[in-house]
Design a binder for this molecule. Structure first.
Ligand code: ADP
Ligand code: MG
Length: 696
């Protein structure tokens, strides 16, 4: 017999084929189980009724009780709406609907008391409720206590779905489903004193009090994190046990020669520490898989080069892969110079390398004549083969897909050591989850003598002041970046904005040359524009975020970011890192619309308060949730976490990890009968995801 959780949602009381289709498409709910695991994202206390007089702008969801005084329709076409006035004797509030106007007017009964439930908005200093839940007030009915609020899509709202609709369906579901098989091993439930699965699900959907709700949530969060950790850790262990790596036992001539005769500065303490960690890894006999995190400007490139020298000193080749042609070229230019001085051969391979040169490089790689290959995606083409590739370094990891990286490691019989470098700081909890199987090194110290970048938040009415500042820097011989957002959704509008912005810049700063780049340009045109800016021929670069990654123009001292409210914090931080690379004081100017929400303003203020990438990443995680964080989406793993929150559940995560390790210590391949339930859950949850032991 089919398990009850797997029954199609259309058979649930209150659903039917039409609603089922909506639930499928809008919320990804196909089965009873999907609905059971569609959790409320917050709770409200329905026993509390507010007075209209006491409403303030800070309130999330409120409940008020009273009568409608009037109904009016207003506006035309898409703007058509139904407006009502509602009073409870202490004051009045406007109630607005944008859809299903007729259905609402028809169901209204004059003279009846209603309870409205919704989130108050402020507009022109007045409060209103849009699309509230409406119920007839029954004085005898028991107060509802805690009620879960479910997130819904716009389409569902338009079709008349509210949180209460979901609540009703969930109730219908629990009328049918009276028991569920446990999904955690009994030993873990006992030692963590967790409540059972069925009780936890009931408690989360229909809590009778706060404590019960919290117990339920704890159990489900623990379980979610436990299985993610168990999955990652089992691969880490297999990989550690199996994957032999080349042993780089020597520190040799090239490294020492470079260190004592070429290196133009003293390494920072953090750089030294990281080099030691890398050396220990590459000498250990197992394949290195290390993530090197370091803020923009922290000096990762030199660490990459010196790691490559370790490979060369042990008779191997190294490959450095960068996400853009500009970046690869910059790396090549700075490194080949130093390479020449110690007599090693470094070559550059990109999409625009000429055929003759390309063939020459292919030969040099095969014969072992080339020591370091620097390049873009071009280096992973099938025609590129090495004599003995010992180390692969990937700069700005999140621009490369997992599959692309995998292609590189396949270029060698024994997998080469891997060093992945990223300037996107990843908070610890996230790193443990996303990169749970990589070792992490951190450069947490900037080279000495850098002046912190001064960051300022300005609104449109300060435009003149901003322009004056730009003029001042231009007159002092400096260069300026001006960045516009370009986001897929309304590409056309953004492009218009960018072009108008460019025109404005050309008109305003007419004595200075201006470069212009965006993602839709031909690579050759883009490169030419960038090159003119890099050489100082143009003094201003108007661009979209294509410049986010890695460009190095030390003479640039001002970064202006237009519509800053539309960027994520981590992205702003990356952009800001383009200036402050020389000895001069640099500035980052965030331009924002005046009428932003409090949250947005708060976000932008964080940028003005700190230049610490990790602090910014933490704040970003808190404010936006991990789904939006750069690095998680592109990393090729979709953790659809339903209830745990990496920003706030760090402790539960550590605990889950400890228990996962304990289970693996006792039962490495998860084959003991008492852990059968864990093996089954792993199969259900992760059978479709990537096998990390093979690619990282
Ligand atoms: P990122 O980590 O962003 O890739 P880079 O490797 O491009 O940073 O380094 C930024 C700049 O700092 C470069 O010009 C580099 O030469 C310089 N640099 C790196 N390490 C040091 C150091 N220890 N002392 C002084 N300057 C350094
Ligand atoms: Mg770099």
């Amino acid at each position: 017999m089919a398990k009850i959780e797997n029954i199609d949602i259309k058979y649930l009381t209150g659903v039917g084929p039409k609603r089922a289709e909506l639930l499928n498409k809008q919320l990804d709910i196909y089965t009873y189980r999907d609905l059971l695991y569609y959790f409320p994202f917050r709770y409200v206390d329905r026993s509390k009724i507010y007075r209209i007089r006491d409403i303030s702008g800070e309130m999330p969801y409120i409940q008020i009780c009273g009568r409608f005084i009037s109904f009016n329709t207003a506006g035309e076409g898409a703007k058509r709406r139904l407006q009502a006035l509602f009073t409870d004797g202490s004051g009045t509030i406007e109630v607005v609907w944008f859809n299903r106007l007729k259905a609402i007017t028809d169901s209204y009964q004059p003279g009846v008391e209603y309870i409205l439930f919704g989130k108050p908005n402020v507009f022109n200093g007045r409060f209103s409720l849009a699309h509230p839940e409406v119920e007839v007030y029954r004085p005898t009915a028991e107060p509802n206590g805690l009620r879960g609020i479910y997130s819904l899509t716009d389409t569902l709202h338009k079709r008349g779905f509210t949180s209460k609709t979901i609540q009703t369906l969930v109730r219908n579901l629990f009328d049918k489903v009276k028991t569920l098989p446990e999904t955690l091993p009994k030993s873990i439930i006992d030692s963590c004193r967790l409540i059972g699965l069925y009780d936890a699900l009931t408690a989360v959907h229909m809590p009778s009090n706060v404590q019960q709700m919290q117990q339920g949530r704890f159990r489900l969060k623990f379980e979610e994190l436990f299985y993610i950790q168990l999955n990652i850790l089992r691969y880490t262990r297999t990989r550690n046990a199996k994957s032999r790596g080349y042993v780089f036992s020597r520190i040799g001539e090239n490294f020492n020669n470079f260190y004592f005769n070429v290196l133009p500065f003293a390494l920072t303490g953090a750089q030294k520490r990281v080099l030691k960690e890398i050396r220990a890894d590459m000498g250990s006999g197992r394949q290195m898989n290390r993530l090197l995190q370091g803020d923009v400007g922290s000096g990762k490139t030199i660490v990459a080069l010196m790691s490559a020298l370790m490979a060369i000193d042990n008779g191997f080749q190294a490959c450095l892969m960068a996400p853009t042609e500009i970046l690869a070229t910059q790396h090549y230019e700075s490194l080949s110079e130093m390479g020449k001085r110690i007599g090693i051969r470094i070559e550059l391979l990109t999409g625009s390398t000429r055929k003759r040169k390309r063939e020459d490089i292919h030969e040099g790689l095969l014969s072992g004549d080339i020591d370091i290959l620097i390049g873009t995606h071009a280096v992973i083409e099938d025609t590129v083969n090495f004599n003995n590739l010992g180390l692969v370094i990937i700069d700005e990891q999140h621009r490369f897909g997992v599959a692309q990286r995998a292609k590189l490691w396949q270029k060698s019989a024994v997998p080469p050591h891997i060093l992945v470098m990223t300037a996107t700081p990843i908070p610890r909890t996230l790193a443990m989850t996303v990169y749970g199987d990589l070792d992490v090194s951190v450069i947490d110290e900037l080279p000495p003598g850098r002046k912190p970048i001064a960051t300022m938040l300005y609104y449109e009415n300060n435009r003149e002041r901003v322009n004056e500042m730009i003029f001042r820097e231009l007159r002092a011989g400096r260069q300026i970046y001006i960045v516009y957002p370009l986001i897929q959704e309304n590409e056309k509008l953004d492009l218009k904005c960018l072009e108008e912005g460019y025109q404005y810049v050309v008109d305003t700063f007419c004595d200075y040359g201006v470069s212009f780049v965006h993602g839709k340009m031909k690579p050759a045109d883009k490169d030419e524009q960038m090159q003119r800016f890099a050489s100082g021929e143009t003094r201003i670069l108007v661009a979209t975020t294509v410049i986010e990654v890695g460009v190095n123009v030390p003479n640039a001292t001002v970064m202006v970011i237009e519509n800053a409210e539309r960027f994520g914090l981590s992205q702003l931080h990356q952009l800001r890192g383009r200036v402050g690379r020389g000895a001069d004081q640099s500035y980052c100017i965030l331009m924002s619309k005046h009428e932003t929400t409090r949250d947005t303003r708060r976000r932008l203020e964080i940028m003005t308060e700190t230049t610490d990438g990790f602090q910014i990443a933490e704040a970003d995680l808190q404010l936006r949730g991990p789904g939006d964080l750069e690095g998680t989406q592109q990393s090729g793993i979709a953790f659809n976490m339903r209830i745990a929150n990496l920003a706030t559940d760090g402790q539960i995560l550590s605990m889950a990890r400890d228990y996962a390790n304990e289970l693996l210590d006792a039962d490495p391949d998860i084959s003991k009968p008492e852990n059968a339930v864990a093996a089954e859950q792993l199969r259900l949850l992760f059978s479709k995801t990537i096998d990390w032991s093979r690619i990282s």
